[in-house]
Design a protein around this ligand. Structure first.
Ligand code: ZN
Length: 239
């Protein structure tokens, strides 16, 4: 039996499959993974991405934050790829319980997934820090410089910056889905970023499948590992 046939059988036998994904899921949609590509940004920015995307930097230099954010994070033209589409298809067929993602691009929803837990927030939600009025991503894209609400308050993307904690309700819910899952597909993440990486310990099932180009700290626990592009693997699944 090939690995794909094994995966197919596990998906068919599963009562609760959960997908947990990271940046690698969206790179096939052209969204850059800023980790490990510092050199690229140093030519255009005076600070590394990890500094710019921190809470203190956001407060200290909002113009510079939004210059980076608009250029590198607000990828509104990006389209879902084969991985997003297959996951949405699996959910519609009742074969996928939840998508837990570290991505903020909203591509799972764009592909049709409805139960998506966004650990790091979303570029599609933005709020006024004073009156809490909500704004869409287009508002942030269109407003040059720093976006402001009509009340004068600064508009902040609802994304989790460095130094900020993850939403506890989302974390609790993700842990619950993992506890109840019997098949866990982990894709496009090095499992290096805490605390999202720690969520894996909540998985109570027997079958752990990793879909990642590079080795991860969880390889030893995995029951099946794919190194080929995630879209290529998932698109072979029959729903
Ligand atoms: Zn306001």
């Amino acid at each position: 039996m090939t690995d794909i046939e094994t995966l197919q059988r596990w998906v068919d036998e599963s009562r609760s499959t959960v997908f947990f994904g990271g940046a690698g899921v969206s790179t096939e949609s052209g969204i850059p993974d800023f980790r490990g590509s510092d050199g690229l940004y140093r030519q255009q920015y005076d600070y590394p991405p990890e500094t710019i995307l921190s809470h203190s930097f956001f407060e200290w230099r909002p113009e510079e934050f939004f210059r980076f954010y608009r250029a590198k994070m607000l990828c509104l033209d990006a389209q879902p790829n084969a991985a997003h589409c297959k996951l949405a298809e699996l959910e519609r067929a009742g074969k996928l319980t939840a998508v837990i993602t570290q991505n903020i691009d909203g591509l799972h929803q764009k592909a049709g997934s409805s139960n998506v837990l966004e650990l790091h927030g979303s570029i599609h939600r933005n709020y006024c820090v004073q009156c809490r009025r909500m704004f869409d991503a287009e508002f942030c894209l269109r407003s040059g410089g720093v976006p402001y609400c009509t009340c004068g308050g600064l508009v902040k993307p609802d994304v989790v910056l460095y130094e900020e904690s993850l939403d506890s309700d989302t974390m609790r819910s993700a842990a619950q889905y993992l506890r109840n899952a019997d098949l866990l597909l982990v894709g496009g993440t090095s499992l290096a970023v805490w605390p999202a990486a720690g969520l894996l310990q909540y998985f109570g099932g027997q079958r752990l499948v990793l879909l990642n180009r590079d080795p991860t700290p969880a390889d030893g626990r995995a029951d099946l590992i794919f190194r080929t592009p995630i879209g290529q693997v998932l698109s072979q699944l029959r729903v």
